[in-house]
Structures are given as C-alpha cells and as structure tokens.
Design a protein around this ligand. Structure first.
Ligand code: ACO
Length: 375
C-alpha cells in the first residue's frame, strides 16, 4: 500500500465518471461529450439539466415532459415555508437552503435510496423547488411576502418572477440561463466529491445534497462568487484597483474569483460568461455598473500582470448577478440551483458502481505511550 501523501487530493484520480470532462491543457469542459460553450450558445438550461441526468439531450417530446414535470413541482408546502420564515434573518442564505433540503428529505417517507428511478424523481423535485426556496429567502430579507411560482414561465423566467415579481428582458434571462449552464457540473470538485463520499456510505440523496451545500458555501469554492462582489465593493474606486491589489498580495490575501485547482491557464467557462457579461453591461449597465465594470477589468488585468493568475467562473458571474439585481448573499444559493443537477447525477453514478470512499491519513501525533494512572 502506497504511503505517498497527496494533500488536498491534488492530482489524484479517485474514480471514473461519464458525466463531464475537464481538460486543463486545452481549457475545455464537456458535458456528456458536448463542449460547454456550444451548449451555452444553442441550448436552454432545461435541455442541459436533462442532459446531465440522462446522458443525452432530449428530443422534443422528452423536453416537453421534462418541462411539465419541473413546472408541476415548484411549490413548497406551507409547513416548509413557515419553517424557513422562522429561521433567524442573521443566518446566511446557504444555511436556509441547507435546512430546506434537510426538511424536504425529512418529508420524504420513501426508503428507496439505492433506486436510480426514485433518486431521479427526488433530484427533479429538488431542482424544481430550490428556486422557490431561494426566492422566498431573497424576499423575506427585503421584508416582502413570497410569491407563487408561475407554471407558464420557464425555469429562469419563473425565478426572476419569484424574486422580483417581474421578468426582465429576454437577453437578461438568457444570460442567467448561461450562468446556470456553466455552473451545473465540473467533475470531482469539492462539493461533488462531498456528495459522492456521503453516497458511498449508502446514505440518502438529501443527505448528499445537504453535505454538498455545506461544501459549496466556503469561499474557496462556491462562496467565492459572493466574496468577489464584497471585494469589488471594498475597493469601490476603479483608480484604487492596482494599489489595493498590491497591498492585498503583500498581506498574502487570497484574491477572490481568481485561480483554480485544475485550470492553471484560465477557466474554460470564463470566456463564455465574460461575453455574456459584456453584453449585459453594454445593454443594461447604468453609470454605477459601468464604474464597477471598469474596476473589475482593471483588477483582472493587474492580477494577470502581477501573479499570472486568471479569473475563474465566479469572477464574471458575480458581476452578472449583481447587474441582474440579486443581493450578494443570494449568489451562492443561485449556484446551488444549478449544481444540484451535477451533484445528483454523481449520486446516481456513485451508486451504480459503489465503493466506500475511505482514504488514509499519515499519523503525526505522539508515539504510542502508556495511559497514566488516573488521579
Ligand atoms: N489569490 C492570490 N494568490 C493565489 C490565488 C488567489 N486567488 N490562487 C492561487 N494563488 C497562488 C497561491 O498563493 C500560491 O502561490 P505560492 O505558490 O506562491 O504560495 C499559488 O497560487 C498556488 O495556489 P494553491 O493554493 O496551491 O492552488 P490551489 O489549487 O490549492 O487553489 C484555489 C485553488 C483554492 C481555488 C485558489 O486559487 C483560491 O484560493 N482562489 C480564490 C478563491 C476562489 O476564487 N475560489 C473559486 C474556485 S472556482 C469555483 O468554485 C467555481
């Protein structure tokens, strides 16, 4: 047995997967073999969600059935809504989401944790309900009553409706769909691996998703999209970008939204998201947004010049969500609304050929010693 230590499991291949491939050398990402930039250019979010669960894109009939099933399951029961409304307003929205998934798991009486069809049904139900939960929390933090889902609207349109009571222009809705497509799946990242570890013990899908939400919350992972916006707010003045960065680097601070464990020459998803963001800023950016976009560009150029480090997807997504009107603490929960597809596809894949995930640790504590006599 090898005693080599791979801290952070960097570079370690732990299993096979047919869901997506990240090829860092060519900066490419495919879902079921399809390049993500082609999916983002030509397919709806619902089609990509279907692809991740079924391994192929839907035909017209399959898509119609999928859409109907999603639209029919968006509602949250009254007890659930009341439970979430009672959580302290001081808690992070990711805590609300984690509690919501736990609640939905407790409400599900089934004991078919290893059945792929049952797990698909649970995944689709969570996919449909998470926007309702996120929007409910967005509104309560603004002192507003929740709105009811509208089955006449697409997934993305309905989410805007649930948050703001209105659907924005089609190009804004499409930019939101692009964030959903890009965030959906990324191989054995920290939160997906968490879901697979939990599944490997033959625990249930809700537990796997609850754990994955906890892993995604951290600022080194999904929490970075919120941290990016906080950082841009902290710098505030575009003229201060370089000076702020030099100081932050001198203090050994992590610059949020930059760097990646797998991609070292740029994140494959950034060019697509950057194009969507540029379009949003030019079509909908007011003076305040254009000022923040100036700061954003200066910081990105300075980071590349100083450290040679490229932005990751959280960098452009953060500004895009801000421009769309979402409050910063909602950014990571929105990421969950997308990544629920990848997580649950991995739960099914893990169960299909399960092996308990149980690594070793190299012990560095005191040498074995006798227990002293008690006092
Ligand atoms: N800011 C400053 N320095 C950085 C950053 C950063 N964002 N990212 C990497 N570095 C530097 C490190 O300081 C280190 O330098 P050193 O060798 O001189 O000490 C070097 O680059 C390598 O960094 P590691 O931490 O070893 O790289 P790792 O692969 O472990 O880190 C991580 C990846 C955690 C994402 C890191 O880049 C980071 O902290 N980024 C900021 C948080 C972030 O944006 N997370 C989102 C990830 S993408 C996603 O979840 C969608």
């Amino acid at each position: 047995m090898s005693t080599d230590i791979h801290r952070g499991l960097a570079g370690v291949v732990v299993d096979t997967t047919a869901i997506s491939t990240v090829i860092s050398e060519t900066n490419s990402l495919t879902y079921g073999g399809y390049p993500v930039q082609d999916l983002a250019a030509s397919r709806t979010w619902e089609e990509v969600a279907y692809l991740l669960w079924h391994g192929d894109l839907p035909d017209a009939g399959q898509l119609a059935d999928f859409r109907a099933a999603e639209r029919a399951q968006r509602g949250l029961d009254r007890a659930g809504a009341e439970l979430l409304a009672r959580l302290p307003a001081t808690c992070h929205p990711m805590d609300v989401l984690r509690t919501a998934v736990s609640y939905l798991g407790a409400q599900d009486p089934t004991e078919d944790d290893a059945d792929p069809a049952a797990n698909y049904a649970k995944s689709l139900s969570l996919f449909a309900k998470l926007p309702t939960v996120v929007a409910l929390d967005v509104r309560r933090r603004r002192g507003l009553d929740p709105l009811q889902p509208d089955p006449a609207l697409s997934y993305a349109e309905n989410f805007f409706h649930l948050c703001f009571g209105a659907v924005p222009p089609a190009d804004v809705v499409r930019a939101f769909e692009i964030t959903m497509i890009l965030y959906a799946e990324h191989s054995f990242n920290a939160s997906t691996f968490t879901a697979r570890v939990i599944t490997s013990t033959l625990s249930d899908l809700y537990s796997a998703v609850t754990g994955a939400i906890g892993a995604l919350k951290g600022p080194l992972h999904g929490g970075a999209n919120e941290a990016v916006m906080d950082m841009l707010a902290e710098i505030d003045d575009p003229a201060r970008a370089e000076q702020w960065l030099d100081r932050a680097l001198a203090e050994k601070r992590r610059i949020m939204g930059f760097g990646h464990r797998v991609y070292k020459n740029g994140d494959s998803r950034v060019p697509i998201m950057q194009a969507a963001l540029d379009q949003l800023v030019s079509a909908h950016g007011d003076a305040r947004i254009r000022r923040t976009a100036d700061l954003y560009g200066r910081l990105q150029r300075a980071m590349l010049a100083r450290k040679g480090i490229h932005p990751n997807l959280d960098y452009p997504s953060a500004l895009a969500y801000h421009l769309m009107g979402f409050d910063t603490p909602a950014f990571t929960p929105i990421f969950v609304m997308s990544r629920i597809t990848g997580w649950t596809a991995h739960v099914t894949e893990q169960l299909h050929a399960n092996v308990l995930i149980r690594p070793l640790g190299a012990y560095t504590g005191p040498r074995q010693r006798p227990v002293p006599a008690g006092a």
